[in-house]
Design a protein around this ligand. Structure first.
Ligand code: GLN
Length: 546
């Protein structure tokens, strides 16, 4: 039977519960245990697929086509194992299940209530993955902050599970903030005391307290937190700000978080942590030999989390190449034919980001043109690939009015068109082409060279596709389809033959990049950007020395 760890957060949001959960999971996995992580989110949307990236950051898609919270991306990047629909549950999904059952008559004669019906459904889902027999430990991250009205049923479910299970089968880790007051030159424990008290009032007592802090906690402070929050002093863990999230597992190992967990869960016979690959990655990440500047052309750039997986993929790919990747955000809305050179000439590579709707697309098309003409490494993802297709149609094939039917329904050249199966779709939630599909690679192409295999599987999230009616026109003009879905012929990858590195993919490769398995296109793109930068350097006029 699996054991359960719940991670709650107090004092403020954005403390990095996902990173702490993923780091703990990594450490337990490194000691030979089978671990998975799931996230319970308190909002009413059935999944985050209908949320604007400004609201909730990126929507992470799993192999089985679930649109999920971006923390699942961290879980996969840390653990190097895929998650699924079952790993992300929202209040909306819980209510939807209960209300559907009520309509079917499952509770006939009874009043359906938050306790026990909603809490029972939460509990059922919290225990589900543990009952598959695939895992020794299930870590559940509870979204939101303790004290929020909306997360109360989740906390109540945790209380009941704690009561039902044996003491050694379940524990609660509470993540809090220890603020530093500059004027008083002091770290303050009071907010932590209050948040633990709040959690206790809701019936749950934390076993371990992880404290986010900008300054080291001395033994005296740790003792104080332990005493007032009623945990043992060794169960107060310091989580100081780290230079990269990938350092957090090592910091937690040094603090002994995993050992306390193993002791409290009465798990014996675990092995020493095997983190050599992880440490190897960190070593390379922290000792880059050169630097490249990559332009991220998108429209949600004000919010860091909107392109989370892309940014993390660049970190993995940079480490692989021992190159520091500096991301330069370029707002697509403000790129014009006049200013494009000024905005992009300093870069070593260009990534045109995924997206929806017409805002900023002309800027993206202009950016693609610049990369194509200047032989700058180009990588287009989903909408980015579609923009590369439109740019080629307009400027090389000569179809000036070519467009995507998403932006211009009446274009005479819909080179990007709505997928056939999407035409009957009316509802918005969970109705895109989602999740993993196979793709066959054409031998002798850049894509084939990058992946070094004939068939790949990547994840998707789109409604529009390359219009195969025009494929021969494109191929005759030099843009080829180097990857296609073997069943439907849907174009998954386009590339240019007379360019050193120009690739666009309909899928989202960023969703599969992990520390231990960096995504191959990102790795090759950074290598190409590095060569581009070196070539630029070589061509610079030699400075005269006096
Ligand atoms: N809006 C485009 C489509 O639906 C691209 C989607 C994306 O970039 N994820 O096909």
């Amino acid at each position: 039977m699996a054991k359960y760890i719940f991670v709650t957060g107090g004092v403020t949001s954005s403390l990095g519960k996902g990173i702490i959960a993923a780091s703990l999971a990594k450490l337990l996995q490194s000691r030979g245990l089978k671990v998975t992580i799931q996230k319970f989110d308190p909002y009413i949307n059935v999944d985050p697929g209908t949320l604007n990236p400004y609201e909730h950051g990126e929507c992470f898609v799993t192999d089985d086509g679930a649109e999920t919270d971006l923390d699942l991306g961290h879980y996969e990047r840390f653990l190097n194992t895929p998650t699924s629909q079952a790993n992300n549950v929202t209040t909306g999904r819980i209510y939807q299940t209960v209300i559907t059952k009520e309509r079917e008559g499952a509770y006939l004669g009874k009043t359906v209530q938050v306790v026990p019906h909603i809490t029972d459904e939460i509990k059922r889902r919290m225990l589900l993955l543990g009952e598959t027999g695939q895992f020794d430990i299930v870590i559940t991250e509870i979204g939101g902050t303790v004290g929020d009205i909306e997360s109360l049923p989740f906390i109540e479910a945790v209380r009941q599970i704690q009561w039902e299970l044996a003491e050694e089968d379940c524990l609660v880790v509470h993540l809090t903030l220890i603020p530093y007051l500059k004027a008083a030159k002091e770290l303050k424990t009071k907010p932590t005391q209050h948040s633990v008290r709040m959690l206790s009032q809701e019936g749950v007592h934390p076993d371990i307290i992880v404290c986010r802090t900008e300054h080291p906690l001395n033994t005296e402070i740790k003792r104080k937190i332990a005493l007032f929050c009623n945990v043992k002093p060794n169960a107060v863990i310091e989580s100081a700000d780290a230079s990269t999230i990938y350092e957090v597992p090592i910091r937690m190992l040094e603090e002994g978080l995993d050992v306390i967990v193993l002791k409290q869960l009465h798990i014996n016979g675990y092995s020493a942590p095997e983190l050599s690959k992880w440490r190897g990655f960190l070593e390379k990440l922290q000792n880059p030999k050169s630097k490249v500047k990559i332009g991220l052309i998108g429209k949600y750039l004000e919010l860091q989390d909107a392109y989370k997986s892309i940014l993390e993929s660049f970190i993995h790919a940079g480490a692989m190449n021992q190159v520091k990747v500096q991301i330069v955000n370029v707002h697509s809305e403000y790129i014009t034919g006049e200013n494009v050179a000024e905005k992009l000439s300093d870069l070593d590579g260009l990534l045109v980001a995924p997206g929806f709707g017409s805002r900023g697309v002309e800027g993206k098309i202009t950016a693609v043109k610049y990369a194509r003409e200047n032989k700058m490494p180009f990588f287009g993802i989903c909408l980015g690939m579609q923009m590369a297709v439109i740019e080629y149609a307009r400027n090389i094939i000569g179809w000036k009015e070519a467009h995507s039917a998403e932006m211009e329904a009446n274009t005479p050249y819909p080179v990007i068109a709505l997928m056939e199966e999407q035409k009957k779709v009316k509802k918005k939630g969970g109705t895109m082409r989602l999740g993993a599909y196979p793709c066959t690679l054409k031998p002798g192409t850049l894509a084939h060279k990058i992946y070094n295999t004939d068939e790949i599987s990547e994840r998707h999230r789109h409604r529009y596709e390359f219009n195969n009616k025009y494929l021969s026109d494109f191929e005759d003009a030099g843009m080829i389809a180097s990857g296609k879905n073997p069943q439907t012929g849907l174009v998954e990858i386009v590339e240019l033959q007379n360019h050193p590195f120009f690739i666009g993919v309909q899928y989202h490769p960023e969703l599969k990049s992990t520390v231990e398995n960096p995504q191959p296109i990102f790795v090759s793109f950074i290598a190409a950007a590095k060569s581009f930068a070196e070539e630029k350097e070589r061509l610079l006029p030699v400075k005269e020395t006096v």
